[in-house]
Design a protein around this ligand. Structure first.
Ligand code: ZN
Ligand code: ZN
Length: 362
């Protein structure tokens, strides 16, 4: 709870600077960040309200006991039969709200009563205030992300072991999910297995296609462990890989290494993107690298900082993000090698230690 108190105080400092007099967040990663806990999310209105002087929660009565066990903030409860509006009115009474900041993902059926209770203030999203705080991870958060990354390595090994001719993408994806859950993951965020020509679609959904000799297989997996996300991509080849594939694989591997090596405090996010992209351009694959180099991750799978051209944000100690260059040749194959890195005081620490060499299955 001490950590939560610090985060609320930091948020109030940001609110003051941004002229925001009320922050309202639902049961999202933002609430998890601010409280260290998030109640069961459903259609019942549940909000954490933070003004410059105080903070409190509006919760449905059926969750009040659970919430009270996790936070000492005051609660306004509402029973199912009464609805949330009176509790909402009580919670904002005495506040004059001119500028309100809310989750970018807040449900409309939370937002509309909130706007009515606060007399329709000017409303912005809270991400601009919270992203800079959430982007700089504490040592405890980085250890949580390292544990999640190690778990992803175990699920990756299980996936690689399962890859052989005749097995479907969906079957390999299921083994990933089963391995993560048996290993204690709270939820599997995604288990993407893209074989042969399917690999040319960066966000392919694992399907009924059977792996066959000559396939490159992209395995991109992630899960939640103790609230923190993992995300890692490795490659398997079924049979003997041809020379053109190996050439592209070496280029992507070099781009991944150059990208990670470029990471240190004081460098701009876009310089890391430049490092991976220029490596692929020099190898003749620039036109086939069709996405940004990476994204931050923490309580959410995609969050600040985004590693892409045009982002002049300076990397700081504690930031954690992916470096995931890829090459996608339509109708042929895709290649992506993705690692998670943390910016240290002087350089970089790669959290995903899993071997990056191509795994050849015969
Ligand atoms: Zn990723
Ligand atoms: Zn990924």
């Amino acid at each position: 709870m001490a950590e939560s108190k610090n985060r609320l105080v930091h948020l109030q400092t940001m609110m003051q600077a941004a002229n925001v007099d009320l922050v309202a967040v639902g049961p999202t990663a933002n609430m998890r960040y601010l409280l260290g806990y998030v109640p069961h999310p459903d259609e019942r209105l549940c909000l954490l309200l933070v003004s410059l002087e105080k903070a409190g929660l509006i919760v449905p009565t059926l969750n009040a006991g659970d919430v009270a066990a996790h936070t000492d903030l005051p609660l306004e409860q509402w029973p199912d039969a009464e609805g949330p509006f009176q509790a909402l009115r009580r919670a904002v009474s005495g506040l004059s709200v001119k500028r309100l900041a809310i989750d970018g993902t807040m449900r409309a059926d939370f937002l509309l009563p909130l706007l009515a209770a606060t007399n329709q203030p000017e409303t912005i999203t809270v991400e601009g205030l919270l992203a800079p705080l959430r982007a700089r991870k504490s040592a405890e958060e980085i250890e949580a992300l390292a544990l999640a990354a190690a778990q992803a390595g175990r699920a990756m090994q299980a996936a690689m072991d399962a890859c052989r001719p005749g097995v479907t993408e969906a079957e390999v994806a299921w083994i990933v999910e089963e391995t993560f859950r048996k290993d204690g993951a709270e939820a599997v965020t995604f288990s993407l297995v893209a074989s042969g020509p399917n690999g040319a679609f960066p966000h392919h959904h694992s399907g009924p296609r059977r792996l066959q000799v000559g396939d490159a297989v992209i395995i991109d997996i992630g899960a939640t462990l103790n609230g923190y996300q993992s995300d890692m991509t490795r490659m398997v080849f079924i049979g003997e890989p041809p020379a053109d594939f190996l050439k592209a694989y070496e280029a992507v591997l070099a781009a991944n290494e150059r990208g990670r090596t470029a990471v240190r405090p004081g460098v701009m996010a876009q310089e890391v993107d430049r490092a991976t992209r220029s490596t692929l351009e020099a190898a003749g694959y620039g036109d086939y690298f069709i996405h940004r180099t990476g994204h931050g991750l923490g309580l959410e799978i995609h969050e600040a900082p985004y590693i892409m051209a045009g982002n002049e944000q300076t990397l700081e100690e504690g930031m954690v993000f992916s470096v995931e260059p890829g090459v996608y040749l339509p109708g042929q194959f895709g290649i992506r090698i993705e690692d998670i890195v943390a910016v240290t005081g002087t350089g970089v620490r790669t959290l995903t230690g899993f071997d990056r060499q191509l795994v050849i299955k015969k």
